[in-house]
Ligand binder design. Structure first.
Ligand code: K1U
Ligand code: ZN
Length: 176
């Protein structure tokens, strides 16, 4: 497994509509393995393919919160939202492409998704709690949408400026 670098906002690849995966190949299996390793290493609870520069409709997540519980890694290929609850939920979201920035986002409390698994089978499941928030956050990535797009323009601009500064500093550190 290889840890892949995570793109930091602003990056044009994070704003693109991703293409469906046409077939579950060895390359897709390797990408999913690498993405899970990268997500656990970060650490995070989700990661979408565009965040590692691959513009395909695929994300991984593991929202098991209990410290000693077994991991529950999930790989969702070509996910589609088939149902959302009317009831909403507010969660203070973060994003591995927008490090150390958090903001409250309101989303449907529950969501049902259909997707293709690495086994080549169609799956459908209803998510609640952090799983539902994370699945929607990751699905947004596949449509070029970031959690800061739910915020007002002032907050979004402030966070974007911080990220531009962070990227300049990281580039400078790399040179030194
Ligand atoms: O898509 C991403 O950038 C991953 C993101 C997913 C997410 C977090 C919170 C709400 C919705 C979606 C993260 O994983 S940010 C890191 C994080 O929240 C976390 C890290 C370690 C333990 C628990 C949470
Ligand atoms: Zn994110």
């Amino acid at each position: 497994m290889t840890l892949r670098p995570i793109l930091i906002h602003p990056d044009p690849r994070l704003k693109k509509l991703c293409e469906p995966v046409s077939e579950v190949t060895d390359d897709i299996r390797k990408l999913a393995d690498d993405m899970l390793a990268t997500m656990y290493d970060a650490p995070g609870v989700g990661l979408a393919a565009p965040q590692v520069g691959v513009l395909k409709r695929l994300f991984v997540m593991d929202c098991v919160k209990e410290k000693d519980a077994a991991p529950d890694p999930m790989v969702l290929i070509n996910p589609e939202v088939s149902w959302i609850s009317e009831e909403t939920n507010v969660y203070e979201e973060g994003c591995l492409s927008i490090p150390e920035q958090f903001a409250e986002v309101t989303r449907p409390k529950e969501v049902r998704m259909k997707w293709l698994g690495l086994d080549g089978q169609l799956h459908e499941e209803q998510f609640d709690g952090l799983w539902a928030t994370c699945a929607q956050h990751e699905n947004d990535h596949l449509n070029g949408k970031l959690f800061i797009d739910y915020l007002g323009p002032m907050k979004r601009k402030m966070i974007t400026r911080k990220m531009e500064k962070l990227k300049r500093e990281r580039a400078r550190d790399k040179e030194a």
